[in-house]
Structure formats: C-alpha cells, structure tokens
Design a protein around this ligand. Structure first.
Ligand code: EPS
Length: 356
C-alpha cells in the first residue's frame, strides 16, 4: 500500500492517492464524513476557527461503489482560505515553525496559511486512513481507535471508551471535561499553546504482521506517526518507561490462556504477537502563538514575531483521528505484505528444529 498527499493549506484543493488497496471494498464519499468531521477545525472553541466543508470527491479507483484495485484518488476543495497572518509570516520565520527549515531547504515557499506545512495536510491522511480502517475491519475484524491521553499537565483519572467520542477533546474521562474546557479557555486567553499526548490502540491484530529486520511493524509505526505535523516523540507499548523497568517486570509472561500483560505493545521482534498494538505520540505546543518571540527575517535581520491567524492552541486536540489513520495505514500495508510473503501460513506444518 502506498499513500501520498498533495496540496497547500490555501491552494485550491488538497488530495491524496492511495495505491494498492485490494479490489471489492465498498467505498462512497459519505464514508469519509465521520472521521473528517472528528478531525476538522471549528468544531469547538478550542481549535482553529477556520471553517472547511471537507467534502471528499472520489476521482478514481472506485467503480459502482467498489474499489477496483487501481489507484484511489481523493480530492477536497479548500473553501475558507483567508489568512490573517500571510503578510506577517511571508518574510519572517515563526520561531518553532517549519517556515525556517522549508526556506533553507527550498529557497522559496508558499507561506499562505502555512502552505504545505500546515496541519491542513493531515485531512488527507485521515481520508486515506478511512480506507485502511474499513479494509482492516471487514477483512480482519481489526479495530483502530485512539484517545487524548494527556493535555499539558492534565491526565485522565478514569477511562471509558464511550466518553471519548462525546467531547471535543477525545478525552476518556467525562468527569474531567469541564476542567479541560476552563484550562483551555485560560490558555487561549493567555495567547499561548500547549502540547499533548495521543494514544492509539489496534485491537484484534493477528500475530505475524510486520517484517523481522527492515520494515518492522514498530519501526513503520514510528516513522508513520512521527511524520504527522508537530509530533516529537513516539512510544510503542511502555515506550520510554522501559528505561527504568527490570526484565522481570517488562517481559510479558505467556500462559496457555495467553499473555499476562502487554508491556511490549503487541510487537516482538518487529512482528505482531496477536496482542493489542498500542502506540503513543507526543505533540509539541503549536508554534503559531500570540506571545511575541525573537526571530529573524529572510535577510537575517532580527525581528519579533506574533502570529495572529486562526490557529490551534493545542494541535493534539484534533490529532486522535490523524494518529488512528496512520496506524491503520501501516497495519493495512503490513497485512498485505504478510499475505504476499507468507500466504496461507496455516498450510505450513509447524516444525520443531532438530538438535544439531
Ligand atoms: C494551521 C493553521 C490554520 C488551521 C490549520 C492548521 O490554517 P491556515 O493554514 O489557514 O493558517 O486552520 O488547520 C486546518 C486548516 C485544518 O483543516 O486542519 C497550521 O498552521 O498548522
């Protein structure tokens, strides 16, 4: 499976091409609505107030409601591209923003609303992820879903899947939502931004997905998740907590009834174990903020930068569907690769190696 996206935040449209999806999957424009709505701006006062319709047009790869096996091209036309900070940021680099590195790489850039580096691009990742989620669910019964696991200093005190979809944060603890609302209101008024952690769980993943050395399942997940805007860290299972653990604590003991724990996050040696796959990402605080910061302009002169446009005080709030999409795309890719190499592995008679 391969996925690429195109388009800029303030260009006429954004889109993606998903190549390698098997034929026969039912797919219609309305199938994209729910996840695109979950990720969209302007759905609460805690996100950017840009209003996009995010209506998907299927340009290719689907005939009479079924995927044909040819590349699937999806398009979303941008409809609300006005930008308050265009003139300001065309010449100066926002500290902490890709403005700086894009300029030094290409020597020119499209600064309209962040151009290609805008989180607008993640819309198409979510659209592509809808295809992967559908295929995984229908073909393998795999379910991929996530939640906001930390917002600045706040962590959930309870966990309930039903709560996750009932608040604008994807927060699993309904009793804390009011606290989050007022915390975010205060932050927004201060003109600052904050980081967040998003977790994604993939349930019902069969054992055997992933490559043993190059293309490890956890390696591919890390690369895919790290490629999301603003992501600065990825953990699989216990992740960095493993640093202070002992082997006797971290190993997941196995009984005839199954594993007794899941510190590994469902992956051993780059291959799925049949346990739930758990990935976690750290998103940095948004760099486009109202608090002046020192920087330079394209001529290297010192400037102060304040960013006034329609920006998110916490990109992590909208990142749950994006992270789910990237996990689903990696899992679908690995499922197809596994099928290509191992085919019907059940037909292979298990062999205990002979003693040398
Ligand atoms: C973003 C800045 C804002 C957000 C945008 C992400 O847009 P603009 O490009 O107009 O400045 O509204 O998010 C979206 C448009 C979206 O659909 O997610 C940024 O700097 O990343």
């Amino acid at each position: 499976l391969s996925v690429t996206t195109f388009g800029e935040s303030h260009g006429p449209a954004i889109g993606c091409v998903v190549d390698g999806c098997p034929p026969g999957l039912a797919l219609a424009p309305e199938d994209f609505r729910n996840d695109l709505e979950r990720r969209a701006t302007g759905r609460s006062r805690h996100t950017s107030q840009r209003r996009e319709t995010d209506e998907v047009e299927i340009l290719s790869g689907v005939y009479e409601g079924l995927t044909t096996g040819t590349p699937i091209a999806l398009l979303i036309r941008n409809t609300d591209q006005r930008s308050k900070d265009y003139a300001d940021i065309a010449e100066r680099f926002r500290p902490g923003h890709a403005d700086y590195s894009y300029w030094h790489k290409y020597g020119l850039r499209d600064p309209r609303g962040g151009g290609r580096s805008s989180a607008r691009e993640t819309t198409m990742r979510v659209a592509a992820g809808v295809i992967a989620k559908r295929w995984l669910q229908q073909r393998h019964g795999v379910r991929v879903r996530g939640w906001l696991a930390q917002l600045g200093p706040l962590t959930p005190a309870a966990f309930d899947w039903d709560a996750v979809e009932q608040n604008p944060f994807f927060w699993p603890d309904a009793a804390m939502v009011a606290e989050l609302e007022s915390w975010m209101d205060k932050l927004r008024k201060s003109g600052d931004s904050v980081g967040a952690r998003v977790n994604v769980l993939a349930e019902n993943v069969p054992p055997g997905w992933g490559e043993p050395i190059y293309g490890k399942l956890d390696g591919e997940l890390a690369a895919a998740l790290m490629s999301i805007n603003a992501v600065k860290g990825v953990e699989i299972g216990d992740g960095f907590a493993a640093v202070s653990q002992r082997g006797s604590e971290h190993r997941d003991e196995i009984t005839p009834q199954g594993f007794l724990s899941n510190h590994a996050g469902g992956v051993l040696g780059g291959i799925s174990t049949g346990q739930d796959v758990l990935a976690s990402i750290a998103l940095k605080p948004t760099s486009s903020i109202l608090i002046p910061g020192r920087s330079v302009n394209v001529r290297g002169e010192p400037v102060d930068v304040v960013t006034k446009g329609r920006h998110d005080p916490c990109v992590g709030i909208r990142a749950t569907p994006i992270a789910e999409a990237m996990v689903a795309l990696v899992l679908m890719d690995q499922a197809l690769r596994h099928r290509a190499q191992c085919g019907d592995v059940a037909a292979v008679t298990p062999r205990i190696p002979a003693k040398p």
